[in-house]
Design a protein around this ligand. Sequence first.
Ligand code: NAP
Length: 308
Amino acid sequence: MEQVLIIGTGCAGLTAAIYSARANLKPIVLTGTMPGGLLTTTSVVENFPGFPEGIDGYELMMKLQKQAEKFGAQVKFGNVDSVDFSKRPFTVVVDGEPVEARTVIVATGSGHRHLGLKSEDLLEKKGVTYCATCDGALPMFRNQPLVVVGGGDSACEEAMYLTRFASTVYLIHRRDQLRASKIMAERTLAHEKIKPVWDSVVEDVLDPAQNKVTGVKVKNLKTGESHVIDCAGVFVAIGHLPNTQIFNGQLALDEAGYIKTFGGTRTSVEGVYVAGDVADSVYRQAITAAGTGCAAAIEAERYLAAQE
Ligand code: NAP
């Protein structure tokens, strides 16, 4: 039986692993489908304390993993099918195999929100993407007009990044004001290659019949009129959804699907702790995820000590 089972290898999960490993609890850390978490899809992380020059997101995650492994954490590739937190020890089914654990730290993070269009699904990876830093440099996007959907920091970051490759970047936002931080919004709107398309939503991505993106049909919400913007790629950056499907019915979730906390990193089940974006719809930063990962590990350690 495991002492500490950590689900997720983003900033939260790996920081929890460092702390639990240093407490000699030999944590098992399950990667899920995205080892390293969402940060591995970012280019330079400029706001993680201790890296004045910035650090590549992937490199940061590799360093965290190495640090956790150095103290005895075991990172295992595996996807959780289901969990049973109704009795102790807890059971987590990983790729069909049940694993028992005395404590569990949930650090499953969040995934990209989709527009919810059929054409979007049909053209995913054929011009529709959720990550400019992963896909922006592909030959199909070079010197082409591209579309970014969204008005937050992510959308601005994606749009700025794509200016390196695109002929023009259309930033389509459903309101007439960006949600992004002031500095980011100003920088984005000042860029000569970025053309904002205000008060507008994407109604359809063209053209599934050609099996590639040729444009988007955009509706102006104020005038009700629609028109087509020609483009070779659509980068959707409209926020995130917490990865909590497997915890439905096992842990208390809020209306938006985030795991509810009951003081610090405690969940509705004693012995199960939560860290990072899966319980955070507000801050969602690498450093806050790392901070809660640390807190969750300390909680798990104290819980185990109290049981002895
Ligand atoms: P966000 O701040 O929640 O912004 C999502 C954007 O998408 C909003 O502008 C929203 O419009 C729009 N949107 C949501 N659902 C939509 C839909 N169905 N159709 C069309 N548009 C839709 O998400 P985010 O940009 O991913 O940022 C999340 C957090 O990470 C924020 O705290 C942000 O500051 C942080 N972040 C920081 C950095 C950085 O500091 N470098 C980079 C990226 C993210 P409305 O504005 O109308 O709601």
